[in-house]
Design a protein around this ligand. Structure first.
Ligand SMILES: C[S@@+](CC[C@H](N)C(=O)[O-])C[C@H]1O[C@@H](n2cnc3c(N)ncnc32)[C@H](O)[C@@H]1O
Length: 261
């Protein structure tokens, strides 16, 4: 551990003590404080990068049955929900945070075929209930599995299975930064007593640095005997700038395109 990280520890410990017990409460607290989204905004992972949006759309065009509806799981402010409506009959963004969903609606004014709903994607029967409403659907998951613990990951996977049915496909894009949580926040530009504002907001809301979701986690949570793998490999998530010398922060990621067997 570097001396720069050591200086961050007291602040991290203080915020950890104040953090809500339930991460879902912390997520809503976080979104309540967001004023500006997109490049240069408050939301760390929302770099609004044309490169990443184009890559997601290309992958969806290649792999999805575009006549199906799309559900964006843990949609945040809905940037990808809106984009993916282009390759779907309708697009529904769902997020556990009511405040995130309020941002998503505001940013989608005038859009047709796009809707949002406050929902916990790890709650029992959510997938089956959405499937009854929408029929088989495609799904998009970006940066959600990496923030969930194992029990919630399993619930999300079961909900996905029910939602996709026999025709749906899911595209997952998750981070795979290797190193400790402190290494990660240093990678994101923190050091000494300086913490970039988009990162500070997350810590102050009581959210923990994420874990990672790469090939080993894919094998564990989406075993090949239950999930067909259409594609998988390295990806990059473009976050907002957290250092003065770059317009975006490129976070190492992993993607997979899957169908239930
Ligand atoms: C790292 S953000 C990614 C947001 C969005 N997918 C994107 O890439 O812009 C994780 C999102 O997952 C949401 N989330 C966390 N736990 C959730 C749960 N149990 N159900 C639904 N959404 C959840 C958070 O509120 C947050 O918006």
């Amino acid at each position: 551990m570097s001396w720069r990280s050591v200086l961050l520890l007291p602040m991290l410990i203080r915020n950890d003590r104040r953090a809500p017990r339930d991460e879902r409460v912390a997520w809503d607290r976080y979104w309540a404080g967001v004023r500006r989204t997109g490049a240069g905004g408050d939301v760390l992972w929302d770099g609004a990068s044309a490169r990443e949006l184009a890559w997601v759309l290309d992958t969806a065009r290649r792999c999805f049955d575009r006549t199906l509806p799309l559900v964006d799981i843990g949609c945040g402010n809905g940037r990808y929900t809106r984009a993916l409506a282009e390759v779907a009959s309708t697009a529904l963004g769902i997020d556990v945070s009511q405040n995130a969903i309020a941002h998503a609606w505001r940013e989608s004014e005038g859009r047709v075929r796009v809707a949002y709903r406050t929902l916990d994607v790890t709650a029992p029967e959510v997938g089956a209930s959405l499937a009854r409403e929408l029929g088989d659907a495609n799904a998009f998951v970006r940066g959600v599995l990496h923030v969930l613990d194992d029990a919630r990951r399993l619930s999300l996977v079961e909900n996905l299975r029910a939602l996709l049915g026999s025709r749906g496909t899911v595209l997952l894009v998750e981070t795979v930064f290797r190193g400790s949580k402190l290494d990660y926040i240093e990678f994101l530009g923190a050091g000494g007593i300086h913490i970039p504002a988009p990162l500070r907001r997350l810590i102050e809301a009581g959210l923990q640095p994420p874990s990672h979701f790469g090939r080993a986690e894919l094998d564990r949570f989406f075993p090949v005997d239950r999930w067909e793998r259409l594609e998988s490999g390295p990806a990059v998530l473009d976050a907002v700038a957290t250092r003065a010398d770059a317009p975006l922060t490129a976070i190492p990621g992993f993607y997979a395109v899957l169908r239930p067997r």
